[in-house]
Design a protein around this ligand. Sequence first.
Ligand SMILES: NC(=O)c1ccc[n+]([C@@H]2O[C@H](COP(=O)([O-])OP(=O)(O)OC[C@H]3O[C@@H](n4cnc5c(N)ncnc54)[C@H](O)[C@@H]3O)[C@@H](O)[C@H]2O)c1
Length: 276
Amino acid sequence: MKEFKDRVAVITGAASGIGLGLAKRCVREGMRVVLADVEQTALEQAEKELAAMGGNVLAVLTDVAKVDQVESLARKTMDTFGAVHLLCNNAGVGAGESIWESSLTDWEWVIGVNLWGVIHGLRAFVPIMLSQDTEGHIVNTASVAGLLPFHPCAAYQVTKHAVVGLSENLSASLARRGAKIKASVLCPGFVKTRITNSARNRPEELKSDSSEAPVSPEMEEAIWADIQAQFKVISPEQVADAVFAAIREERLYILTHPDLNEIVRKRLEDILSGTV
Ligand SMILES: NC(=O)c1ccc[n+]([C@@H]2O[C@H](COP(=O)([O-])OP(=O)(O)OC[C@H]3O[C@@H](n4cnc5c(N)ncnc54)[C@H](O)[C@@H]3O)[C@@H](O)[C@H]2O)c1
């Protein structure tokens, strides 16, 4: 997809971080944008910010883990803008620790948002996009954690590996049909967002005694200062640049941290050689 002006983008997790960065970029490209997010106040704020930039935007309060809400998002998108050209399945959360130390609700919440959210998005929107018979693109946000052998949050790693596989399957399935829609999987390293405070959006019914509590803005900054002291951290705007370059080039994999490529390469070599 090379033309963006007046095309329609749907972005989940659009009220913050990478999703908001993508939404701003879509507005700058002259697209009409549907913002979907579960956090109402942040969503309203994002809608105002994008409208002030001159954007033609629709905000839809949506929990991507709930199939009926994603189907409703698709209906509202079509009722308002009549088409979808760019779909960014981006909403995501992190919680839990090792496989056995994570609670059952940690697993359910992370799988619900990070994996079912993407599946619901694809099932609701791909048939619409195929029926339009116009150029289109789908970007699923995974993580470099979806390409690496270890992440301290097991459920996060598992869902991100799944989103890489899902996106590869999507890309191949679309190509086999000769569809005009292409797919990419976004695999960033650290990006300065509010992901470290994912707990702010955890539903009551998926909390347990061991769930992390939401943290203060000061604590979020302290966590990021600690991460930045150890790792390369980029901005959502830099991610949006990488995503739009990949869409224009019809590239499947979007890696944003060249410093992590060696670890990815080593995992692939370990798989082929059978070593650990
Ligand atoms: N920040 C990073 O370092 C990093 C690295 C790799 C991948 N990612 C991925 O990027 C994506 C975006 O995260 P971010 O870093 O911008 O974090 P963020 O917390 O700033 O933004 C995530 C957005 O998703 C929304 N959200 C959470 N649960 C939702 C639900 N059930 N339904 C709809 N929206 C929901 C949140 O309200 C928030 O607006 C996630 O999939 C995350 O896993 C982030």
